[in-house]
Design a protein around this ligand. Structure first.
Ligand SMILES: O=C(O)[C@@H](CO)OP(=O)(O)O
Ligand SMILES: [Mg+2]
Length: 400
């Protein structure tokens, strides 16, 4: 039997050393699932609410746990509906999206455990899981993830020509190492940002040159196509009062920002551009998508926040051609799946993503395979990042 008999919650460390929520779900027959909530730094204005870990745990224990006991762990929709009912708000502000997502993912793992199936198969069913996502590897970054580095938040290696997920993962690690070599040659010291990317004190223009060189070097070594992409996290650059994107001393109007990004796509043949414009500007997203959407992915993260209502709005006006999926932005796996389904039905790609604050949890690797996602964004190096990448390698090797 897969009935949930026990849900326990605890405070654990995330990769930034902050407290986060871990959930354990136990079933009658001994099925077990454990998952932990990640946490963003460049969070979207419309995301579900993360409460302080202690508070979220106390509220979830009081309001959600009693409703969950007795439900079938394998029945993800019922578990997630119970979480929503226990919370009673649209944005999980009563129990916290951090407890909600940890419980939702732990229940899925317990359900898979009872079935004796890998998580991706339980989530995706028998007919999914043949396609592996291309890992987007953050190799240089700044923004909210590293002060005194680039304005653009993430420069992402995209090994689109890799013959296997394993080769793709190693190619990204090689690009990360090659970036260090190029920076070293230029005498630029570099610490690492929150996601393990190099955070050098250089301009965005210099970073493009460094990443392009590193990608080219590794491409020649591995013999398959590696492109690169960006997460501009432009909502963090946009200043509402000045109605402009602020790059240190320089500013760009919305039209100039569109022009700038379109130029970058052209010059560097970018495979992927996430959040190139402010999270409230569907219209500008639509204009850019119209201009370059035939040759690159324009992905909405802070724009859509894994929320089907916001995605529907985007679909109506043609804003973006892909969506970033972060389960903790919306609070449950069911909601995340709904966003993927809506995107797929409308010809948009899904990109499953980590957060800048992470744990060793590997759920997103399974989610990416279960949804046949085009890409997964989960960093390049560092234990909390490699946990997901190594899990992808194991899934491909039938070793989970
Ligand atoms: O903006 C993003 O896409 C994420 C992950 O890279 O960052 P954060 O978790 O800080 O929102
Ligand atoms: Mg983003």
């Amino acid at each position: 039997m897969t009935r949930i008999t026990n849900v326990s919650l605890r405070r654990i460390l995330d990769s930034r050393g902050n407290p986060t929520v871990e959930a354990d779900v136990l079933t009658e027959s001994g099925g077990f699932g454990r998952a932990a909530a990640p946490s963003g730094a460049s969070t979207g204005e419309f995301e579900a609410i993360e409460l302080p870990a202690e508070e979220s745990i106390a509220k979830a224990r009081e309001r959600a746990v009693p409703r969950l006991e007795g439900l079938f762990a394998g029945d993800q929709r019922s578990v997630d509906a119970a979480l929503r009912a226990a919370d009673g708000t649209d944005d999980f502000s009563a129990i916290g999206a951090n407890s909600a997502v940890a419980i939702s993912m732990a229940a899925a793992k317990a359900g898979a455990d009872v079935l004796g199936a890998p998580l991706y198969q339980h989530l995706g069913g028998a007919f999914r899981g043949e396609n592996f996502p291309v890992p987007l590897g953050n190799v240089v970054g700044g923004g909210e993830h590293a002060k005194e580095a680039t304005h653009i938040q993430e420069f992402l290696a995209a090994p689109v020509g890799a013959p296997s997920v394993s080769e793709a993962v190693f190619a990204n690690a090689a690009v990360h190492a090659a970036v260090a070599d190029v920076l070293d040659e230029h005498g630029v010291p570099a610490a690492k940002g929150d996601e393990g990317a190099w955070a050098p004190p250089i301009s965005d223009a210099e970073a493009f040159e460094v990443v392009a060189e590193a990608v080219e070097t590794v491409e020649a070594e591995v013999g398959f196509e590696i492109r690169f992409g960006l997460d501009m996290a432009a909502a963090e650059l946009y200043d509402d009062d000045r109605e402009a994107y602020v790059y240190g001393e320089e500013t760009k109007s919305t039209d100039e920002q569109i022009e700038y990004v379109a130029g970058l796509v052209e010059e560097y043949d970018l495979a992927y551009v996430e959040d190139p414009l402010d999270e409230n500007d569907y219209e500008a997203f639509a204009e850019l998508t119209d201009r370059v959407g035939d040759r690159t992915l324009i992905c909405g993260d802070d724009l859509f926040v894994t929320n089907v209502d916001r995605l529907r709005e985007g679909i109506d006006v043609g804003a973006g051609n892909s969506i970033l999926i972060k389960p903790n932005q919306i609070g449950t796996l069911s909601d995340a799946f709904d966003a993927v389904e809506l995107a797929t039905r409308n010809g948009m790609e899904s990109v499953i993503s980590h957060r800048s604050g992470e744990t060793e949890d590997t759920t997103i690797a399974h989610l990416a395979v279960a949804t046949d996602a085009a890409y997964i964004k989960t960093g390049t190096v560092g234990g909390e990042r490699t946990a997901k990448l190594n899990e992808l390698v194991r899934i491909a090797d039938d070793a989970v």
